[in-house]
Design a protein around this ligand. Structure first.
Ligand code: AMP
Ligand code: MG
Length: 354
């Protein structure tokens, strides 16, 4: 299959044509990668079981890992959901369109192929204008997981989508770099108390302000184990992972740079390909040849925005061992560390405990 790459910003006439063609691909049962404000998504018709099956195949995604359904009109939520809870309307009013996904009971119209066999459906109304136009041009109900091959870091540029999906899908819409760079916040509204399943740009405090009580799935802060299974099936897999071995080091800046220097020096002596992911503030203290400056500690949005691109760049350079500082920043630290801990497969050296 030849994958067409089409730019969809900067030229209104062409952009409209691209959108129309993309819509025709979706209504014809095909797949299109699209930009959203969080990360690029791999879109298909959410109401068409065959389209969902194609999404799983293109990504190599396990079939028990449900897809998020995207809408572009608030009133369309009622078509997908049975018994919409009041909290859904409250959250929608505050955060939609935007990077929030809500889990609710699914209506009979949503095929089990889209929900990974679950009786619940994940719904999101993205704010990116290209995504919004695309959804409307495509019939209104779009299943779209992140556009990466399963297990790899999510895509924040069209180039990342080309690397992962070229030849496997019909079209990639290039909308430039995404804004946020981390996937949406997921909140489960099916229990008595709403529960945060995946942290994102919208934090637990922001949610609790609107809905009051909020549980946090225990796996949000770490890695799942046999006894601790995340409620979002996708969060149990090793994820976002670079091909090299990533290790996180936690502690005071001096202790962290010291420990990382010792480890990288050892590996470089053996001629291994090693890199460090560092904050701007500490970058100069590393002796390693390859230091990736991910951003200033005070610029957490910048760190979130660059995280996946840095992990992909490390792959491009065939880095074998990667050491990263921990970025427990105030607002986005939970979401950033959730992705990093999964990318590291839970490998953390905690110097505060030594
Ligand atoms: P992605 O599409 O890559 O952003 O991943 C979507 C995430 O949403 C995965 O972790 C899924 O397991 C989760 N998800 C989607 N639908 C549901 C659902 N009905 N219940 C719980 N988690 C869901
Ligand atoms: Mg994903």
């Amino acid at each position: 299959m030849v994958t067409r790459v089409a730019r969809a910003y900067g030229d209104p006439e062409r952009d409209e044509r691209v959108m129309r063609e993309a819509g025709e691909i979706i209504t014809g049962g095909g797949l299109v990668a699209i930009p959203t404000e969080t990360v690029y998504g791999l879109a298909g018709n959410a109401l068409d079981p065959r389209a969902s099956a194609k999404i799983y195949a293109a990504k190599g995604r396990p079939s028990d890992n449900p897809l998020i359904v995207h809408i572009a009109r608030l009133e369309d939520m009622a078509y997908l959901v049975k018994d919409i809870p009041d909290n859904a309307y409250r959250l929608a009013e505050s955060f939609w369109p935007g990077p929030l996904t809500m889990i609710m009971k699914k209506s009979d119209r949503v095929p089990y192929e889209t929900t990974g066999g679950l009786d619940t459906v994940a719904v999101r109304f993205p704010s990116d204008p290209i995504a919004e136009e695309f959804i409307l041009a495509s019939g209104g109900y779009i299943a779209a997981p992140s556009a990466n091959v399963s297990g790899r870091p999510s895509c924040t540029t069209a180039m990342h989508c080309i690397e992962d999906l070229s030849g496997r899908i019909d079209m990639i819409i290039d909308g430039g770099e995404v804004g946020i760079g981390l996937e949406s916040t997921i909140v489960d509204l099916t229990g008595r108390i709403p529960c945060l399943l995946r942290p994102g740009y919208i934090g637990p405090e922001g949610l609790a302000k609107i809905i009051g009580e909020l549980d946090i799935d225990p796996t949000v802060k770490g890695i799942a184990s046999r006894d601790l299974k995340p409620k979002a099936p996708g969060m149990k897999y090793r994820h976002y992972a670079p091909r090299g071995e990533l290790t996180l080091v936690k502690g005071s800046p001096d202790a962290v740079t010291d420990r990382i220097n010792r480890m990288t020096e050892e590996l470089e002596k053996k001629s291994r390909n090693v890199a460090v992911i560092a904050s701007e503030e500490n970058a100069a203290a590393y002796t390693c040849r390859d230091v990736y400056r991910i951003g200033g500690i005070g610029d957490e949005e910048g760190i979130a925005h660059r995280l996946f691109a840095v992990l992909r760049e490390l792959d491009d350079r065939d880095t074998e061992y990667i050491f990263s500082e921990c970025f427990d920043t105030p607002a986005l630290g939970l979401a950033i560390m959730n992705r990093l801990i999964k990318a590291a497969g839970g490998r953390i050296i905690d110097l505060t405990e030594e």
